[in-house]
Design a binder for this molecule. Structure first.
Ligand SMILES: NC(=O)c1ccc[n+]([C@@H]2O[C@H](COP(=O)([O-])OP(=O)(O)OC[C@H]3O[C@@H](n4cnc5c(N)ncnc54)[C@H](OP(=O)(O)O)[C@@H]3O)[C@@H](O)[C@H]2O)c1
Length: 233
């Protein structure tokens, strides 16, 4: 018996009703992926899913569920919630996360979480938001840090992006899976960024990008140059 095609396994986007989650959902639904939008409110998830489905068309496979139901229905979890909600949500979802799942974390710890500026990074005891997530998921769940430096506004548009996605994880297979998903977004190149501890640096770049966006009124992204062609996916 052969395995089902990769696109048939769902990706649950937790906090998928915000701009980062809907943008990723839109791009992956267009690429043929099966998407579950997660929310604290099932009806909000369903409304967001219906809007994405309507934009992509009848070929799309997008549904909406409360976050814990979304976790229970998928082995690939994409976390797109503000830093101030990340730890509490993961504690709440822990019993619903399936063993062997991959959790891709896009959380950026910004000072705005504690009343400061969005252009300043916030220190996290564990080193990064992704390392905090790794402490909170059940044993055997792999955490990957990715998609921090990609503009949600551009993701929610129709044009190809002009941006690289640096992927950090201590699990090589989970990192590769995430790079394959990133490369499904038109214009995005995915790069292996090494261990999860490097997420600290990648997360902090976002604070700089937000500052650049404010100063120059744009949607900044990053491109890494000078690596061998095989380093880019
Ligand atoms: N926006 C960007 O350009 C961008 C780019 C890269 C990375 N990121 C990062 O991705 C994450 C999401 O960004 P976003 O702009 O989409 O954020 P957001 O709109 O503030 O939040 C996304 C969703 O998270 C849920 N949420 C909000 N507060 C929560 C809490 N306290 N506990 C649990 N769930 C909560 C909400 O969904 P429900 O109310 O439906 O549950 C909300 O729609 C952030 O960590 C951000 O730093 C953002």
């Amino acid at each position: 018996m052969t395995d089902p095609p990769a696109e048939k396994r769902p990706i649950a986007i937790l906090g998928g009703t915000g701009p980062a989650g809907t943008g990723l959902a839109l791009r992956w639904a267009r690429a043929g992926e099966t998407i579950i939008i997660g929310s604290r409110d099932a009806s909000r998830a369903q409304r967001t899913a219906a809007a994405i489905q309507a934009r992509v068309g009848s070929s799309a496979n997008v549904s909406g569920m409360e976050n814990s139901a979304a976790c229970a229905a998928a082995d690939i979890l994409m976390l797109t919630v503000p830093f101030e909600g990340q730890a509490e949500l993961l504690k709440q979802l822990k019993p619903a996360i399936r063993p062997g799942s991959v959790l891709i974390d896009a959380t950026v710890p910004l000072a705005s979480s504690v009343g400061g500026r969005a252009s300043r990074p916030l220190g996290v005891w564990q080193g990064s938001a992704a390392q905090q997530a790794a402490e909170l998921v059940p044993k055997g769940v792999s955490v990957v840090a990715a998609f921090h430096n990609i503009s949600a506004e551009l993701l929610n548009g129709d044009d190809p992006l002009d941006c690289d996605v640096i992927v950090c994880s201590d699990d090589a297979a989970a990192s590769q899976l995430t790079r394959e998903l990133a490369a499904k977004i038109p214009g995005v190149r995915a790069i292996d960024g090494g261990k999860l501890e490097n997420a600290r640096i990648v997360e902090q770049i976002t604070a700089l990008l937000i500052g650049l966006n404010i100063r120059h009124k744009g949607h900044a992204g990053i491109r890494i140059t000078g690596l061998p062609p095989t380093s880019y996916r």
